[in-house]
Design a protein around this ligand. Structure first.
Ligand code: IVH
Length: 710
């Protein structure tokens, strides 16, 4: 029986590893995303049922679920050095001369690679299995982030026995990065949720790697490129280029942008070639790395205290331009935030023509002392949107005009407010202000929300401008206007039919995505999912007070206040009723999870702090599964305060003063029935849904010249 299960687990694991390899390294989809997810869910169920048989490198690790409170550190077997930087061709020629002198005039070939702008990572493989991922740290010791690294989908958890033989132990180094489209999307989401924007993809990647919950890391869609191979003793390959080829054959992602160059002239060609072309890649790059190809020559050249003498980084200058500021436009976003956008005389910059630049907020206009008509410096560095970095004050025209920040909404005339502690002015007229209404509709139909086929942001915006729709619920009145729609430019019968089918299909979109689609400030995808899993129906959710909402794991006070206030508004209540009438999902379908026991019946718990053995959410789930209840606040009636690490002193004091017993995680777990008490049958366990996150399915192939990063 056991061996049978073992065989099933092995077969599923191998199949999934194979599919992943085909997909990420070879751009081949052998099965649909749905089939892939189904296989993954099967494996997850088996592993849940037979945890002893689960492999640490199981493909299910990709979805995460491990909580690491504090990352242990580990010493690097080989220090993680940095590279010397150069910014000019002359420096590169000097480097070539130094190398040749060091090698006493011997022939030398270089490998040129792109310098990916992410986070350096050292991966240990033993017997072909990924065993550890360590950050660079202080170059001798770094943080062990293995469970987070395992969520990186294009990174093989075990290697293919192809190509050159694999040493029993070796290290692969490379860069972990956030693909540019993922970064752009993440920032859009943050902006929509009123959160601070991430400065660049590098910060985004490094922040993601430090998250405690690997399921959240998985959702950040990080990717990896390998760029070096290290092994104990003498390197088994003669050259760096041979090692890159072997890594690729073993299934490791090596960007195919590298080139072997016989002369420094060829190196310079490579540098020129990628100067512009690099902007077409879906990954941020900030230069070129030039490495002596021959490992023996590398050894002869050796290292300085900080960096190898056999390699150098050529950094492209952050492209800057100078142009005239024509005007400032004020955009009103979905949440009413007013953002100034600079309109510029077109200027070529980093591969594109820039006509607009961000100026963040009113403070920055003042800080830069910007005036209309000024000659300004624009830069496009690691950031995606160019920004104004300064004013050429010497060239200020006599008639330059000071910028008067509007006090009223440029779209609807409502006086703007600036909530304390916020950098943005905001239009509070969220139901009447046209751009806010329009942006809300765009959000509602967007891919991560209702994902209405045949209705993109542009179309819904057009419908809004034509007053064909006014809000989310009015979309479902569109079928009555089908004839009118078909008359529109670029619409036609076919598009209308597709739209009708899309609207119909959206009625099956699960409640959490509908909730996310409502665009309640701060209620992002994850929060929506947590709220829906907790309350299950819109009625229960709408009835919850801010304090109750704040007790749901991952729902902080600000989010709770915002959600509670939203459901208080009569207009919003009506909107919900209209969506219900249209047939949308406003409750979690399927049976509520059956309690496993009534061991905790009648008891109430408050969970506070960070826990060791389980995440807060898991503990909450356990309590509920055994008949207990979670509440948000400490009162006399509370049965137990479960204290984790870092619990605030105020909570402890309050519980003590009210005589509420304070217990730890272990005490709580001891209150639950043990496995042997449990009457659960394997069939029941197998029927339990597998843990999932927002990245359970493989996103559609975004095959570029770099293969499928996504
Ligand atoms: S080789 C001895 N190759 O650039 C150093 N580094 O200072 C060997 N980087 O943070 C590094 N792309 O993570 C190398 N193709 C590439 C690279 C690369 C990005 C990063 C690296 C480190 C920095 C070097």
């Amino acid at each position: 029986m056991m061996t049978d299960i073992q065989q099933q687990i092995t077969a599923l694991t191998e199949r999934l590893h194979h599919l992943n390899y085909q997909y990420y390294q070879r751009d081949i989809s052998e099965v649909s995303d749905q089939e892939f997810d189904e296989l993954l869910a099967q494996l997850a169920r088996l592993e849940q049922q037979y945890p002893d048989l689960a492999h640490p490198n199981s493909p299910t690790q990709r979805v995460g679920g491990t909580i690491t409170k504090q990352f242990p550190t580990a010493e690097h077997r080989y220090p993680m050095l940095s590279l010397g930087n150069t910014y000019s061709e002359a420096d590169l020629r000097e480097f070539d001369e130094r190398v040749r002198r060091g090698l006493e005039g011997a022939d030398v070939a270089y490998v040129c690679e792109l310098k990916f702008d992410g986070v350096a990572m050292s991966l240990a493989y033993q017997q072909g299995q990924l065993t550890q991922g360590v950050t660079r740290g202080d170059s001798t010791r770094g943080d062990v982030v293995t469970s987070n690294v395992r969520t990186i989908r294009n990174l093989p958890l075990h290697l293919r026995p192809e190509g050159a033989p694999q040493p029993p132990e070796f290290e692969v180094r490379g860069e972990i990065f956030m693909p540019l489209p993922v970064f752009a999307e993440l920032n859009q989401e943050r902006e929509a949720n009123g959160e601070a924007l991430l400065a660049n993809p590098r910060n985004a990647a490094s922040g993601a790697l430090k998250l405690q919950d690997s399921a959240q890391v998985a959702a950040r869609k990080l990717r990896f490129y390998a760029y070096s191979f290290l092994m104990p003793g003498r390197n088994q390959f003669p050259t760096h280029s041979a090692s890159l080829e072997a890594l690729r054959a073993w299934g490791l992602p090596v960007s195919d942008t590298w080139r072997r160059c016989g002369t420094i002239e060829e190196v310079l060609d490579f540098v020129h070639q990628w100067d512009k072309q690099r902007f077409e890649l879906p990954v941020a790059t900030d230069g070129i790395v030039i490495k002596v190809d021959d490992f023996r020559q590398q050894e002869l050249l050796g290292f300085t205290a900080k960096s190898p003498r056999w390699a150098i980084a050529y950094k492209y200058p952050a492209e800057a331009g100078r142009t005239r500021l024509q005007a400032i436009q004020y955009q009103v976003g979905r949440t009413g935030a007013v953002t100034p956008v600079a309109l510029l005389d077109p200027v070529p910059l980093a591969g594109t023509v820039v006509k607009r630049a961000s100026v963040h907020n009113a403070n920055q206009i003042a800080a830069l002392d910007l005036r209309l008509g000024d000659m300004v410096f624009v830069e496009k560095g690691g950031e995606i949107i160019p920004k104004i970095t300064g004013v050429d004050v010497a060239a200020r025209p006599a008639d330059s005009q000071p910028i008067v920040y509007p006090t009223e909404c440029p779209a609807c005339g409502t006086p703007l407010i600036r909530p304390e502690g916020e950098a943005h002015f905001r239009c509070p007229n969220d139901r009447g202000c046209p751009p806010q209404r329009k942006a809300k509709l765009e959000h509602f139909v967007s891919r991560k929300a209702l994902n209405i086929d045949g209705l993109g942001a542009e179309t819904v915006g057009r419908f809004f401008d034509l007053s064909l729709v006014t809000d989310a619920a009015s979309l479902y009145d569109l079928p009555a206007k089908a004839a009118e729609l078909a008359q529109l430019d670029r619409m036609g019968e076919k598009s209308v039919q597709r739209l009708m089918a899309g609207l119909e299909a959206s009625k099956q979109v699960p409640f959490d995505r509908v909730l996310f689609g409502l665009g309640i400030r701060y209620v992002g995808e994850t929060v929506a999912e947590k709220l829906v899993n907790h309350y299950r129906t819109v009625e229960a959710l709408a009835a919850a007070t801010a304090t109750e909402l704040a007790a749901v794991p991952e729902v902080g006070g600000v989010i709770a206040e915002s959600a509670a206030a939203w459901f208080q508004e009569p207009e919003n209540q009506q909107l919900i009723e209209r969506l219900r009438a249209a047939g949308l999902q406003l409750a979690l379908t399927g049976e509520a999870p059956q309690p496993q026991s009534d061991r905790l019946a009648g008891l109430t718990f408050v969970l506070s702090g960070v826990f060791e053995q389980h995440s807060r959410e898991e503990l909450q789930h356990l309590i509920e599964q055994h008949g207990g209840k979670i509440t948000g606040s400490i009162s006399k009636k509370l049965s137990y305060l479960v204290a984790g690490d870092k619990m605030g002193p105020a909570k402890r004091e309050k519980a003590t003063s009210l005589n509420v017993p304070i217990i730890g995680e272990t005490d709580l777990l001891a209150m639950l029935p043990t496995a042997t008490d449990e009457a659960e049958t394997p069939e029941e366990a197998a029927a339990a849904p597998a843990e999932g996150t927002s990245e359970t399915s493989r996103p559609a192939a975004g095959a570029g010249q770099q293969g499928s990063l996504f």
